[in-house]
Design a protein around this ligand. Sequence first.
Ligand SMILES: *Cc1c(COP(=O)(O)O)cnc(C)c1O
Ligand SMILES: [Zn+2]
Length: 431
Amino acid sequence: MAVQTIAGNATTAPVDLGPAAALSCRECGERFELGPLFACASCFGPLEVAYDLPTGSAEELRKRIEAGPDNIWRYAPLLPVPADVADKPNLNPGFTKLVKADNLARELGVTGGLYVKDDSGNPTHSFKDRVVAIAVEAARAFGFTTLSCSSTGNLAGAVGAAAARAGLRSCVFIPHDLEQGKVVMAAVYGGELVGIEGNYDDVNRFCSELIGDPLGEGWGFVNVNLRPYYGEGSKTLAYEICEQLGWRLPDQIVIPIASGSQLTKIDKGLQELIKLGLVEDKPYKVFGAQAEGCSPVSAAFKGGHDVVRPQKPNTIAKSLAIGNPADGPYVLDIARRTGGAVEDVTDEQVVDAIKLLARTEGIFGETAGGVTLGVTKKLIEAGVIDPALTTVVVNTGDGLKTLDAVSATSQATATIKPSLDAFRAAGLGTA
Ligand SMILES: *Cc1c(COP(=O)(O)O)cnc(C)c1O
Ligand SMILES: [Zn+2]
């Protein structure tokens, strides 16, 4: 195995990342030593973590997982992290609620069981805490001292918080026009937060330049040079969903798409559980959700294309506003291979879906959650999602960060004088 070095590689000493054995190229399969690499030196394909997975019985592994902590580290034997990861300063995300959404199911006509995996319950209120937790361990292993990222909002907050806990410096980059909730949430942890005059794709390009510059030396960009490790964090969504269903695969799962990393790694996690014998090997369908104003993957799916044509985003679902999604082609493969689909909804449908979830289940999702539930509803109505099968919808973030989406139509019913007469006169209390 050749030792690969690139700018930003802080160390070449052998690293302990538990069962992670190497990085392998998704396109040509070439293997590389574990390091802060993200593109294949031969073909520029994306690298991913390859494992020496546990060899004991499925029963042993299941017991070991169930005896673990109530966070993602219960799955440490399947993640690129050292065995003593739970003892290190980390935000310890995960094991969020899988809510059986019976009211919502009734409203949508779903009879096969409808669940919401509610990742707004993570430490910084989005699924990004999962991916960052893994990237922090990689950053530590490679000797990085600054944690960074290009972000559509939630990632910046997750990196700021995780760096604070881990005792690392942080400097994160966002498009300048994000929601106030995302900006404050990213700034409060005390690291540097830089607004870039441009959209996410401009921010991402900027970060790629910074990695190649002496200014970025010693920096771990969680979703660039640590991307192979970062991505693995999303597998824990698949593990948790199956464990919470009683070690069963869902029949259908609906996932939002920004770069497409989360969707591809949830699929990877489901495949691993099948391979390890932790769940029964049976078909499942993966559905991807986008906003119409940023729907490059959905457009490619519906057009029957293998190539994802970049778009200029214009949607209220800013956390999903990536016009040139890195993992778009892999999302298309997974949707097609599993018999799923990729669909998009308008901003108006996003708002309606946020309110539908709040009204039926008491869950206030962010715009990304509105996209995912909106697409779920649309695909049920189109007969693409089967209402007689078990369906899981992933709510990836918290509505408190995207208040503007619903603030115009979610206000006090009335404002009155503190008297019963005024209350009665206003015709209130009869709902
Ligand atoms: C980042 C993000 C996603 C999806 O991200 P991918 O880049 O596709 O992995 C989904 N929902 C929310 C709320 C996010 O912040
Ligand atoms: Zn390659």
